[in-house]
Design a binder for this molecule. Structure first.
Ligand SMILES: N[C@@H](CCC(=O)N[C@@H](CS)C(=O)NCC(=O)O)C(=O)O
Length: 242
């Protein structure tokens, strides 16, 4: 059994989708980010970056402890290697997957995350955010253009359906909210519709649906916990949760 420390956000979905695709046994451990569960001492032991997702694999005991993995890219690679699915281990297929996985975790994910911040949450804070919002929207638009070009040559980012697609798909789902017309990127549209129709993907993004809370409805406490974190505030949060 694998424990999945999870909240229903795009980074969480990457892993619920992969677990569903691989038909692995897993149990969801909800992480309430607005309430600060990510600062609890037991959580920080397995996720020192105070972020979810994290997995704990009780079927892989190392030195008496079940193996834990944080960072969505590392988790996808671990599960791909464990199951032998969606992550080929021979060149050049392995490198193709790694290129697009790292492109997602270092580019598409963080940039889309910033777009999401400016669309969903920045309006709660005073000031003119227009320059920053435009900067991240332009970069998201550029990355969609890059995707559209590669998907002109291939069905999926790395050739065959892989962990690189599972990492990227969740960060496209909010395109309407980000005011993107996906029809301007016809290859991305085809890829998106294809992945969305996969039963395991549909199941994966339903996990924890009832806790979903983008933008609207976030409490003052939630805003304070999630945003404006710095080295001092995260130490204080961790102390308060001890
Ligand atoms: N690089 C990390 C990013 C994970 C991440 O940003 N998770 C967010 C939710 S989508 C989180 O846990 N936020 C908690 C917080 O901001 O305190 C990964 O890919 O796993």
């Amino acid at each position: 059994m694998i424990d999945l420390y999870y909240a229903p956000t795009p980074n969480g979905w990457k892993i619920s989708i992969m677990l569903e695709e691989c038909e692995l046994d897993y149990k969801v451990v909800p992480v309430n980010l607005g309430k600060g569960d990510q600062f609890k001492p037991n959580f920080l032991k397995i996720s020192p970056n105070n972020r979810m997702p994290v997995i704990v694999d009780h079927t892989n005991i190392i030195e008496g402890e079940p193996l834990s993995v944080f960072e969505s890219g590392a988790i996808l690679m671990y599960l791909g290697q464990k199951t032998g699915k969606f992550f080929p281990q021979v060149s050049p297929y392995k490198e193709r997957v790694l290129e697009w996985l790292f492109w997602q975790v270092g580019g598409l994910g963080p940039m889309a995350g910033q777009v999401s911040h400016f669309v969903n949450y920045a309006p709660n804070f005073p000031g003119d955010h227009s320059y920053s919002e435009k900067r991240y929207k332009n970069e998201y638009d550029r990355l969609l253009g890059v995707m559209n070009n590669i998907l002109n040559e291939r069905d999926y980012l790395a050739g065959d359906y892989s962990i690189a697609d599972m990492a990227s798909f969740p960060w496209i789902t909010a395109y309407k909210r980000y005011e993107v017309n996906l029809d301007e990127f016809p290859n991305v549209r085809r890829w998106f519709d294809d992945i969305k129709s996969r039963p395991a993907v549909r199941k994966g993004i339903e996990v924890g649906k009832e806790q979903r809370n983008f933008g609207k409805g976030i409490t003052k406490e939630g805003l304070k916990t999630m945003f404006g974190q710095d080295s001092k505030s995260i130490s204080k949060m961790a102390k308060d949760k001890e």
